[in-house]
Write a protein that binds this ligand. Structure first.
Ligand code: C5P
Length: 239
């Protein structure tokens, strides 16, 4: 199939309440140097030709705010808003019945709160999803990571060369994606990312290089880091 004929939908879970952030407005709607975080994420998607549609899972009470932001910041991609769920995986589950998801060849799932994933990373994930069926980006940990027991004592030390911090976008062929979510509901599985579901039902998941800047804005420290990344990106443009 020609790349132009391959239909790709991005699902963006954006229904988190941002409890770890300690702010009344969920973090995805907070301004980062004048632009809401979720809009920065959408601005990256807007630049990518192979993305045909975006489905965003959002809490009903923030739908209007998001619609207003999308309009006022001039996002041009076609976007469908669906209802968010209790957990991230429920939010994604609510997106699956959407016809754009069902009629896609490739699904990318990307956290609303990761505005710095580059267009290159989206492309690498898209290409690898076509090749491997299921793919996730990861970066090597800088710290030593230990497994501890429930009493807080070290159980074992993990071999760092085989560890990765996993990010999004995560990419899947649509049939694999629909199957993993079907199994999730059937088996009542609870996970923090989509690839964990794939692993549990025996799908081999390829890991490719992620990006250090592709942080998930979760706490107020992350917001400071995000401001620095933005400044650094601006400087890089001037070079
Ligand atoms: O909570 P966490 O940091 O893992 O959230 C990652 C992404 O999942 C965020 O973009 C958040 O808005 C989204 N999310 C969601 N529905 C939930 C919880 C989180 O869409 N119930």
């Amino acid at each position: 199939m020609e790349q132009k004929e391959i239909k790709c939908t991005v699902i963006i879970p954006a229904a988190g309440q941002g409890k770890r952030f300690g702010n009344s407005l969920p973090k995805q709607f907070l301004n980062l140097e004048g632009i809401p975080i979720i809009i920065r994420t959408l601005m990256v998607c807007d630049k990518i030709d192979f993305i045909n549609h975006i489905v965003i899972a959002v809490d009903t009470s923030y739908k209007k705010l998001l619609r207003d932001y999308i309009k006022s910041f001039g996002i041009t991609k076609k976007i469908t808003l669906v209802k968010g769920g209790k957990e991230r995986q429920d939010s994604i589950c609510n997106s699956i019945d959407n016809p754009h998801v069902q009629n896609s060849d490739i699904i990318l799932v990307h956290d609303a709160v990761r505005p710095f994933a580059s267009t290159k990373l989206y492309k690498d994930i898209f290409d690898s999803a076509l090749k491997y069926g299921a793919v996730i980006p990861g970066i090597k940990p800088k710290d030593t990571i230990k497994l501890i027991d429930p009493k807080g004592f070290v159980n074992s030390t993990m071999m760092r060369q085989f560890l990765r911090h996993i990010q999004t976008p995560q990419g899947f062929k649509t049939d694999i994606f629909i199957e993993i979510y079907r199994q999730m509901v059937l088996r009542k599985m609870i996970v923090t990312d989509d690839a964990s579901l794939a692993e549990r039902i025996g799908v081999r998941v390829k890991v490719i290089d992620g990006e250090e800047e592709n942080i998930k804005i979760t706490t107020s420290i992350d917001m400071l880091l995000a401001e620095s990344i933005l400044k650094n990106n601006e400087l890089k443009k001037l070079e």
